[in-house]
Design a protein around this ligand. Structure first.
Ligand code: PMT
Length: 228
C-alpha cells in the first residue's frame, strides 16, 4: 500500500518533448518519451494527489485517475502550465522543452531550391516555462529536472538558482540505458536548506521506483517549507 502523503494536494507534472513546426509536415523535437513524467504523475496519484499531466506528443496511456492536457509546442505548454498553476501546490517540470523554435514556420511545405546545397533555419528562444511559473506571485512548490551530459552538479545547481526552483533532479543523459526513452533512470536531487546546499543521489532504478523516491524527498522538503 502507498502512503497517502499527497492527499489534498494538487500536483502538475509536465512530460514528454515539445514539437516546434518548421513547415506543415516537419518539426524540431527531442528524444523524450514521457516515461519519467508519466511515472511521476502515476506515483503522485497513487499517493492521493489530484494530478494534472501536461504532456507533449507521446504514445503513452494516461495513468488512471490523472487529468491529462495534451500540448504540442513550448508556447502551448506554457499556456497550459500558467492556467493550471494558479490552483496547484506542487509543479514538477519533467518535460524536455525545446529551448528554441523556428522564427517563422513556413505556411507551405518547404521545397528544395534548385542549385542550392543547404537551408538555414532561423531559431528564436522559447519562453522558459518553469522559470515563468516560479515567478508567479502565488507560486507552487517548484521542482525541475536537469538533463546534462557533463558537469551535472554545476549545471544543475545553476538551473536551481537561475530558474528560482525549490528542488532539481539532475540526470546524466549520456549514461547507458538510463534517461531519454529508457524504462530506467537515476537522479541526484539538489536543494537549499537555508543557506546550506544539500543533495541526495537516488541510484539507478525503474522510473516507477525512482518516481516514488523523488516524491518522498519532495514531500519532506515541501512539508518543511510549508510549516515554516
Ligand atoms: O521522457 P523520458 O524519455 O522518460 O526521459 C526523461 C528525461 C530525460 C526527459 C527527464 O528525466 C528530464 O531530464 N527532463 C528535463 C529535460 C530538459 O529539458 O532538461 P533541461 O536541463 O533542458 O531543462 C531544465 C528544466 O527547465 C526542466 O525542468 C525543463 O522542463 C525546464 N524548461 C526548459 C526549457 C524551457 N523553455 N522551459 C522549461 O520549463
Amino acid at each position: 500500500t502507498q502512503p497517502e502523503d499527497f492527499a489534498q494536494r494538487t500536483v502538475i507534472v509536465t512530460a514528454g518533448p515539445t514539437v516546434e513546426a518548421i513547415d506543415p509536415v516537419r518539426y524540431l523535437t527531442n528524444k523524450s518519451s514521457g516515461k519519467m513524467g508519466f511515472a511521476l504523475a502515476e506515483a503522485a496519484r497513487a499517493r492521493g494527489a489530484r494530478v494534472i499531466l501536461i504532456a507533449g506528443p507521446v504514445t503513452l496511456d494516461t495513468p488512471s485517475g490523472v487529468e491529462r492536457v495534451n500540448v504540442q509546442s513550448a508556447r502551448d505548454m506554457l499556456d497550459a502550465a500558467c492556467r493550471y498553476a494558479i490552483d496547484a501546490d506542487i509543479f514538477i517540470g519533467c518535460a524536455a522543452v525545446a529551448d528554441y523554435r523556428v522564427a517563422t514556420p513556413a505556411e507551405h511545405k518547404l521545397k528544395k531550391t534548385p542549385g542550392s546545397t543547404g537551408l538555414t533555419l532561423e531559431l528564436v528562444e522559447n519562453p522558459d516555462i518553469i522559470a515563468t511559473v516560479a515567478a508567479l506571485p502565488a507560486r507552487p512548490f517548484m521542482v525541475g529536472f536537469a538533463a546534462e551530459t557533463r558537469e551535472l552538479e554545476r549545471f544543475a545547481t545553476d538551473k536551481l538558482a537561475r530558474k528560482g526552483l525549490d528542488m532539481i533532479a539532475a540526470n546524466d543523459v549520456l549514461a547507458p540505458d538510463l534517461g531519454f526513452g529508457s524504462d530506467h533512470n537515476a537522479v541526484t536531487l539538489y536543494w537549499q536548506d537555508g543557506d546550506s546546499p544539500r543533495h541526495e543521489a537516488l541510484p539507478p532504478a525503474t522510473k516507477r521506483t525512482l518516481a516514488h523516491g523523488i516524491l518522498s524527498r519532495l514531500m519532506a522538503n515541501f512539508s518543511a517549507k510549508a510549516s515554516f
